[in-house]
Design a protein around this ligand. Structure first.
Ligand code: SF4
Length: 258
């Protein structure tokens, strides 16, 4: 029986990115191979022992089941939360593309019931994306900046860590989906040369792609968020290369929602 390692399934609204505010049913995958300094979900870094299933939409009341979860049971839990009434079903994490077979099977089953399939990903697993891209409606990919992000297993952050090549390759595959959005989380450590390189690479693929600048919500090793002047300066900088740049903070943190 096909299974998936999940952390939780719950109903909410999209809290970030281009589709902020849209009703969304989330399936959060367990396991991640990156370590972002500002990650607000460190409990997803390793496969979870238990999966939380919300009992009624938006209640934040859960019951737990053991992992791995049969895919049929995951779809049934989504249906019990009124899947069909949501604009999006979002596969998030952790990193969903570490379990591409589950992404494919869940993606087919969920979108067949009505919602658009939204994939939230760290944006470096291009080979895995190749195997699922035809079942995804929206790819929301991060563009990681090496100033705040390291790979799992690296003891210390390296100043020269770079994800640009992997992201560019990933983006070229992601463009086959009906919509792709690039999201870059910026912190006080972010450097202009990293943002310039990202803008150059994205523009080289398609300068019309939407790029969301998301100010970091302080968490973990990151204690502050960039100031307004710095954020507006970075926005203008990216707009020199890109035609659709948006500055959008995480709204679910403001609401105190999941
Ligand atoms: S890729 Fe996502 S889940 Fe993984 S460490 Fe970064 S923010 Fe956390």
């Amino acid at each position: 029986m096909a299974t998936v390692n999940l952390v939780e399934i719950f109903s909410s609204v999209q809290g970030e990115g281009l589709h902020v505010g849209a009703s969304t049913l989330f399936l959060r995958f367990g396991g991640c191979d990156l370590r972002c300094g500002w990650c607000d979900s460190p409990h997803t870094w390793n496969p979870a022992g238990q999966c939380r299933l919300e009992q009624t939409p938006g209640s934040a009341v859960f019951r737990s089941v053991a992992n791995p979860v049969p895919l049929e049971a995951a779809v049934a839990a989504a249906e019990a939360l009124g899947l069909v009434r949501h604009r999006f079903a979002s596969l998030t994490g952790g990193e969903p593309l570490l379990q591409p077979e589950a992404v494919r099977t869940l993606g087919e089953a969920l979108r067949a019931r009505g919602p658009l399939l939204h994939l939230e990903t760290h944006g470096i697993a291009a080979e895995a994306l190749e195997t699922v891209i035809d079942v995804v409606d929206v790819v929301s990919m991060d563009w990681k900046l090496g100033s705040d992000v390291r790979r799992k297993g690296r003891r210390a952050r390296r100043v020269d860590e770079s994800f640009h090549d992997e992201h560019e390759r990933f983006l070229r595959v992601a463009k086959r989906a009906p919509q792709v959005v690039v999201k870059v989380v910026v912190s006080p450590s972010s450097r202009e040369e990293e943002l310039d390189e990202m803008a150059r690479r994205v523009a080289g693929v398609d300068p019309n792609l939407p790029v969301v600048i998301q100010p970091v919500t302080p968490f973990g090793s990151v204690a502050a968020t960039p100031g307004a002047q710095q954020l507006l300066g970075w926005t203008a900088r990216l707009q020199a290369e890109l035609h659709d740049v948006r500055l959008i903070p995480q709204t679910h943190k403001l609401l105190g929602a999941l």
